[in-house]
Design a protein around this ligand. Sequence first.
Ligand code: XMP
Length: 516
Amino acid sequence: MADITREKILVLDFGSQYAQLIARRVREQNVYCEIVRHNITADRVREIAPMGLILSGGPSSVYDEHAPQCDPALFRLGIPVLGICYGLQQMTRHLGGEVLPVATREYGHAEITLAKKHPLWENVSETTRVWMSHGDQVKGLPEGFETLAGTKTCTNAAIGHRTLPLLGVQFHPEVTHSDEGTQMLRNFLKGICGCHGTWRLDDFARLTIENIREKVGDRRVICGLSGGVDSSVVAALLSRAIGDQLSCILVDNGLLRKNEAELVVDLFTHFFKSDLHVVSGQKRFLDALVGIDDPQEKRRRIGKTFIDCFAVEATKIENAHFLAQGTLYPDVIESGGSPDGPAATIKLHHNVGGLPKDLQFELIEPLRDLFKDEVRKLGLRLGLPEEMVWRHPFPGPGLAVRCLGEVNAEKLAVLREADAIVLEELRRADLYRKTSQTFAVLLPVRSVGVMGDARTYDNAIAIRSVDTSDFMTADWSRIPYDVLARMSTRIINEIKGINRVVYDISSKPPATIEWE
Ligand code: XMP
């Protein structure tokens, strides 16, 4: 990957929810970027030889007893540094300036006025709207620094060293609320760090395909297909790389959406020319779920049954040496799986992570350098259809998660139909791409209704739809009433056993996206 990652930027993570966003914004400028621990040593940085460093924001105050600190020697490497919010305060503090708390925490839009001409302000307006979120501010500049921009309440909204490539901004250029933030980041990367933009997905695809060919040789690779974006893109890459040495396994657990298994098979047989094994596991999964209403226990049983089905099928595939997985860069960061990355916070949970010991494969994870939006772009470049690449996420344990209480075939049939209606109406209203995830949930509560002249006593369906960029936080989608009305009327009229439809208006947090 050497040529396209030659120009590298490191983002030092001080615990900010925005560190990944910064990295994605850098990649959007075609510059390769990795997130590393905030306390990476200057020696290690010198070895990696990045073109620039970005110090992220973070929830701490630089004066907190356990505030994360960077290695002060970073500022003497001669590598350009951009400190953002907490990152700016770190730089100020380590270089002898003064950071003080403000009377009230500033949160929201602010207007900065540029104080002087600077490469960071190339093609940026004299006054421009930015997004602030901070409790501390730079009061005294470190020696050699000058003010580059200010607001009414924050004199040093941007500062820079007069002769060294050290810069800091109090606001967040990486969020879209900062109108010209992208231009500022571009200026830092191209004008100050000297990056040309060598990170191209086409080159990534070409090099990855070459690497896979070399690694696999004449052996065989197994890939689990779920119908989701990640596994489809992995399969597409492998199919390009090794063609008929790829065997894909689709476990139909009976918990998929309406027509989903058929769609995946259809797409697969048209698009890929590789070997496909479909395991019909519907009965096994239903049997495993009899009498179980605890959500965690449901997940455990579904996971175990999946592994069993997958493992049995895998043993039928001769000369299989590798297992391909759709691990993405955020999974690598969060699992602590990258050597310089931030410490582990969340455990990885792969669908096939628990394969039995006597069935161990060497892993191939061709997407482990990519963010989700890059995976989607790559999928399109590899020729996958739009509707596949832009599918809403779907949990591994499928509809069982959305069928509250005990799961059985009848309940699943009701939920599957309701879900299909919700998605059909959503698409008809041209809202599928505008919402991040939309689905139906079957509630095992019965209430009285009236249909024709008769009294009914039936279950309810909840419609859930959210807007989010990271699925860690989410807001409920403002779906127009007439679209909700069509969904509701059709569900009640067309599905026996449902007499009430409700719309979930909770955001995450405190709610989650799924019900369970
Ligand atoms: P929650 O409900 O925690 O969900 O807000 C966040 C996102 O994760 C998806 N999700 C899963 N995805 N396997 C998956 O691949 C799972 O077991 C799983 N559980 C939840 C969920 O659909 C949402 O997009």
